[in-house]
Ligand binder design. Structure first.
Ligand code: NAD
Length: 369
């Protein structure tokens, strides 16, 4: 098996963290007898410098011709004075649009060894493992009409969904829940908004196709509170674009650092995998970037593009063990944690690589018996 991946590492810490993720993918492939064909292409600031465009046609063509796209991050201070459509971030938005993914998956996992890193108490967060499925192409961010009339002083956006748009994202949520703890929480504002009433009625219809999955509904305001009080009660959360944007950022506090968060956007022509963080120009080139978000993103690529669940799990377990052994990049370091060892981006990547080798060796030895 060969998996074609376009690498768009981008700017700032993007190349540093992506290098570690690619290394992990290569090792997993070598250990298990499959191959990756990586093609590195420019995006963002580096593409503006080389080609005068944040998303050169050659990058887009390569992305569309691959099985998956792995992105680092885009953006840099030197581009801040450019108009929005010329900035590095425009390249990423164009790429997302062209790839067409409508379901943005954002896991929020509370690693026990990082429980001191969250502002929430460990007894609240320990064991929390939430997967957000955020609708990405519709809702309030894209609905028409939209306007800001300066003369009349009226601004307008439209939260619009069609039944088909809700059906397709709900099906993804239920299918993912079937492989997890079999619970979907659908979040809306059906007590006030007609579009949410459509959302809720449609999700109820879709739920009938998945009798093994429990469905609950929460209003978005109540959900914001429950996420902080009882994060362990959630498994898969499916919701509208804006609600998902806000709630998944809120739930990210249970992980302890922005550098820990992976994401995948699926359902389009080619899946796009990217850590949630940006290019972090303040730490670029210092060896302080946490590569775990990018490495966990690589695990999502194996799970959602290559259907290699066991290998995705092996990477996630390796990350967990490295953290349990006390290794921390600077963003995860805390003064009150005895036994922690601060490591660089590269060292963290190597540690995950070593533990991953142990896990896969053991798995292969067990199969050989
Ligand atoms: P950011 O995510 O880059 O950084 C926010 C803070 O978190 C910084 O202090 C940074 O040092 C820290 N941080 C982020 N990732 C980290 C990691 N892996 N390890 C350790 N610390 C980490 O957000 P920002 O500062 O608002 O934006 C910087 C640039 O990135 C801007 O140009 C912005 O537009 C861009 N951006 C890009 C993306 C993307 O490419 N998906 C996302 C967000 C922001």
């Amino acid at each position: 098996m060969k998996i074609k991946v376009t690498i768009v590492a981008g700017d700032g810490i993007g190349p540093e963290v992506t290098r570690e993720a690619v290394h992990i993918l290569e090792s997993v492939g070598q250990l298990n007898g499959y191959k990756f064909q990586f093609t590195e292409m420019p995006i963002g600031g580096v593409a503006i410098r080389q080609h005068g465009s944040p998303l050169p046609t050659t990058t887009l063509d390569a992305a569309l011709d691959s099985d998956a796209v792995l992105l680092g991050a885009v953006g840099g201070n030197e581009f801040n004075s450019l108009p929005p459509d010329k900035r590095p971030e425009a390249g990423l938005l164009q790429l997302r649009h062209a790839l067409g993914g409508f379901a943005n998956l954002r896991p929020s996992v509370a690693y026990a060894s990082l429980s001191n890193n969250s502002p929430l108490r460990p007894e609240v967060t320990d064991g929390a493992d939430i997967l957000f499925v955020r609708e990405l192409l519709g809702g309030l961010y894209f609905g028409e009409p939209r306007s800001w009339d300066r003369e009349t002083g009226v601004g307008l956006n439209t939260m619009r969904y069609t039944r088909d748009e809700v059906v397709r994202v709900a099906r993804i949520a239920f299918e993912l829940a079937q492989k997890r703890r079999k619970k979907v929480t659908s979040v809306d504002k059906a007590n006030v908004l007609e579009v949410s009433q459509l959302w809720r009625a449609t999700v109820i219809d879709v739920a009938a196709e998945y009798p093994d999955v429990a469905l609950e509904h929460q209003y978005v305001d109540a959900c914001a509170m429950h996420l902080m009080n009882t994060p362990r009660n959630f498994d898969v959360v499916v919701t509208e674009n804006l609600f998902g944007d806000i709630l998944s950022d809120e739930a990210a506090v249970i992980t302890g650092s922005l550098g820990m968060l992976p994401s995948a956007t699926i359902g389009g022509k080619v899946n796009l995998y990217e850590p949630v963080h940006g290019s972090a120009p303040d730490i670029a080139g210092t060896g302080k970037a946490n590569p775990l978000g990018a490495i966990l993103t690589a695990a999502m690529l194996l799970r959602h593009t290559a259907n290699l669940e066991q290998d995705a799990l092996a990477i996630e377990t390796a990350v967990q063990r490295v953290l349990t052994r006390g290794y921390r990049t600077a963003d995860l370091a805390r003064t009150n944690q005895p036994g922690q060892q601060i490591v660089t981006t590269q060292e963290m990547g190597r540690l995950v690589f070593e533990v991953l080798n142990e896990i896969i060796d053991r798995r292969q030895a067990m199969h050989a018996v």
